[in-house]
Design a protein around this ligand. Structure first.
Ligand code: SAH
Length: 448
């Protein structure tokens, strides 16, 4: 039966910033809206509703959104009936600032309000002046029963856990995404099966500290055991695990199943024990090293990446050098390196003044990037002569004569299209590596 107030034919365009969970949330919003007659607009010009799904993790992400909003005002000027909405983490954090700085915004909603999106959009049409705001956090909301609108593809996300309970002192996530809760295994498996039925080959399970996943008696290793059984799904990835939530059982589960990819993103944040403690990370550098060693002992060819923050309040030259030394010791395949960005409301912003000047932070970041680039280049070069299994994604962006895809251990791999053989996205090939940059492997298809 049609819902009251349904407006068939409305078109929505969603622009997404930030992490993979935001990309998954945008698909969720698309799913909610599609059940109420909305379809995806191909571009802003043809959209009746424009939503920006935002990130609040660093100040720069928020500044970019304000920049975008002033740009999007153009569409409202041209077609005043267009609804412009800000959703997600920054909407949760900066509801008032958004309505002050961009008073033309019609809708501001946080990460737990997506179920109500159709009704909220209705309200936008009823009320003339005031923006509609819904930033209520909900300890129980896991969006069970809603099917995200996924584009046809081979690789997708399933959110298995929402919120975060860790309260790292630098981090805004627990404040904008609320408390940790696990999605039921039944719901997760339904989504994975649905993806497999639609031709997806790879799922990435998402959670802020995904390996602390818990739903009744099911822990994260149990969940993986179930997900690998889904027929048609050939690769299973997950992100991001939290170091102290790693169990020997989880390591054994990863080692046991070929479908679970040999790649792990394991955020370290700092190599200094003093800094780690002030960040309220729950491990020391030695404990982190031991975990890496244990994982590598069980899964020798596993690739790893990490997140590092430089310039955390009070970071001395010595603290910083310990981070450099940790990267040298562990030798991550690649790393996401960030400058500390003070976030209002966090413990660090209240208690630990951001004393380091931008110049020092910038210098440390640049030197760390340079060091990590050199390590990545060495690791990628070392792959020359080996053969990797690649899931074809499509044509290489640089050259239509080439195909590209990721290796099991998440390395972008580029190789010439084979003659006399039509390969499509989702096909698997073996590629012998003949050359490498610090971010890409280059090679050619071999039989097998
Ligand atoms: N729970 C997620 C964290 C999401 S934020 C995870 O473990 O991956 C992603 C990364 O952003 C964090 O790991 C951290 O390195 C970085 N980050 C978070 N807050 C930050 C801040 N205030 N300043 C700079 N970087 C930050």
């Amino acid at each position: 039966m049609p819902n009251v107030g349904q407006r068939p034919g409305k078109r929505v365009f969603i622009e997404t910033y930030g992490c993979q969970m935001n990309l998954a949330d945008s698909e969720l919003m698309g799913g909610v809206l599609s059940t109420r007659g909305y379809t995806a607009a191909p571009n802003h010009d043809e959209a009746d509703v424009i939503l920006i799904n935002t990130c609040a993790v660093r100040e720069r992400a928020e500044e970019r959104v304000f920049g975008r909003l002033s740009h999007l005002l153009r569409y409202k000027n041209e077609r005043p009936e267009v609804i412009l909405g800000v959703t997600g983490c920054m909407a949760e954090r900066l509801r008032e600032v958004i309505t002050e700085r961009a008073p033309y915004v019609d809708l501001v909603i946080g990460p737990d309000a997506y179920r109500r999106l159709p009704e909220l959009l209705e309200q936008c049409q009823e009320v003339d002046a005031d923006p509609v705001i819904d930033v209520k956090l909900d300890r129980a909301e896991t969006y069970t029963g809603l099917t995200p609108e996924r584009r046809p593809g081979i690789s997708g996300w399933v959110t298995v856990q929402r919120g975060c309970d860790k309260f790292c002192t630098f981090c805004i996530v627990p404040f904008v995404r609320g408390r940790e809760r696990g999605v039921s295994p039944e719901e997760i498996l339904t989504q994975c099966r649905d993806m497999a039925a639609r031709g997806y080959k790879e799922v990435t399970l998402l959670g802020q500290t995904v390996n602390s996943y818990k739903h009744e008696d099911t822990d994260f290793a149990d969940l993986l055991e179930e997900v690998v059984k889904v027929e048609g799904i050939e690769r299973v990835r997950f992100t991001s695990p939290y170091p102290t939530d790693f169990t020997p059982k989880l390591i054994a589960t990863m080692a046991k199943h070929d479908k679970i990819c040999n790649y792990l993103h394991l955020p370290l944040q700092s190599g200094s024990d003093r800094t780690l403690e002030e960040m309220k990370r729950l491990y020391t550098s030695a404990e982190f090293f031991k975990l890496v060693d244990d994982i590598r002992a069980a899964i020798p060819d596993i690739a790893m990446s990490t997140d590092i923050i430089v310039g955390f309040p009070g970071e001395t030259d010595e603290d910083y050098e310990e981070t450099v030394a940790a990267l040298e010791r562990i030798r991550f395949d690649f790393a996401y390196l960030f400058k500390y960005s003070e976030r209002d409301g966090t413990y660090a912003s209240r208690k630990l003044p951001d004393t380091l000047d931008e110049k020092t932070k910038g210098r440390r970041l640049a030197a760390l990037i340079e060091r990590q680039e050199a390590i990545s280049a060495e690791i990628f070069q070392n792959r020359i002569g080996t053969t990797v299994r690649v899931m074809v994604e499509g044509e290489s962006r640089r050259d239509a004569a080439d195909l590209c895809g990721r290796s099991d251990d998440f390395k972008m791999t580029v190789f010439p299209k084979p003659e006399g053989r039509e390969l499509k996205p989702g096909d698997f090939v073996n590629v012998r590596i003949t050359d490498a940059t610090s971010h890409t492997l280059l090679g050619e298809i071999v039989e097998g």
